[in-house]
Design a protein around this ligand. Sequence first.
Ligand code: PNS
Length: 165
Amino acid sequence: MSTDKYKSVTAIYPGSFDPVTNGHLDLIARGAMIFDRLIVAVAQNMDKDPLFAPAERVEMIEAATFDWKNVEADLFEGLLMDFARTRGASVILRGIRAVSDYEYELQMAMMNRKIEPQIETVFMLPGEAYSYLSSRLVKELARFKGLPKGLVPPVVEERLRAKFG
Ligand code: PNS
């Protein structure tokens, strides 16, 4: 463990981000305030059938976080802990919206700790206005042209319109 008096902390915020929502952005803003560098990491190897290609998801995150200079977006393939090690990260950031998220998050955090004990998972709570928001619901509503305003950044709204009209 590092005992440096002043050290720079890199955190990774991993997820599917298919697509990024304002709930994710709320968490990114909170993470960017407390970590020196925040890498939003888009998982490529998902079992789910994604709506947006991985590179497109990264582009949308880059556009939506353009003003935050300590935030970057990247793709990763394979194990999150391998990616975190190669990027020199010491923290994994995850959001918990409700109790229902907890069990899955606990399982992942404990397994990740087993794989790499030097990397800590830190949980943050998004603003309560986003506690019910998910990428899955955003896609479903957009598909039926019923997505309310203000739930996703403008760049995502545009791309959803391009897909579903
Ligand atoms: O947004 P999601 O879908 O809840 O994100 C899940 C994600 C991508 C963070 C998780 O599935 C992951 O880390 N995948 C990479 C493969 C991996 O390391 N699996 C072991 C996790 S214990």
